[in-house]
Each structure stands twice: as structure tokens, then as C-alpha cells.
Design a protein around this ligand. Structure first.
Ligand SMILES: [Zn+2]
Length: 87
């Protein structure tokens, strides 16, 4: 069941199972992670993951395939200018 997009810039605690890629720390494998959902440009929801153990941080698309996002993906700012957020 797809979740409704969050308002831009809003922050919410994830509900239900963790998004793909956020189950465990990519660096140390710890599953005791801080997960924060955010709405970003383009109407997408992303999950910010922070590992208290090794301080590794990463962003993931809530509906993505588990591939970490770049900061450009999260901010909606593409240095190449080839992508724009849909209205
Ligand atoms: Zn870690």
C-alpha cells in the first residue's frame, strides 16, 4: 500500500516495516538505527538513517529498491540540471 507523500520538509517517524535499505547499517551492519522520514522535492518520501554505533548516515527512497540516495537526490538539486521536480 503506497503511503501518501509528506508535505515538503516535514518529518515523521516511520510506521510499519522499514523501507528497503534501512534495515541495517551499511557500514557496520547494526540494526539499531535511527530512521527519520522526510518529504522532499518531487513529492517523494525519503528515509534518513543514522547509525548510533558507527555514525554512518544515509538516505533512501521510501519506495525505492534499497539503493542509497545522493544528496542531490534528496535536495532535488541536480548539478547537471537534467532533472526537475514534477509539479
Ligand atoms: Zn553502523
Amino acid at each position: 500500500m503506497p503511503s501518501a507523500p509528506l508535505p515538503l520538509g516535514s518529518v515523521a517517524q516511520p510506521a510499519g516495516p522499514p523501507a528497503r535499505g534501512t534495515e541495517a547499517c551499511l557500514s557496520c551492519g547494526s540494526t539499531d538505527l535511527v530512521r527519520i522520514r522526510m518529504g522532499v522535492a518531487g513529492g517523494r518520501n525519503v528515509v534518513f538513517v543514522s547509525c548510533p554505533r558507527c555514525e554512518h548516515t544515509a538516505w533512501f527512497d521510501e519506495d525505492g529498491d534499497g539503493t542509497p540516495l545522493s544528496s542531490e537526490d534528496v535536495t532535488g538539486i541536480d548539478p547537471a540540471g537534467g532533472r526537475q521536480a514534477p509539479r
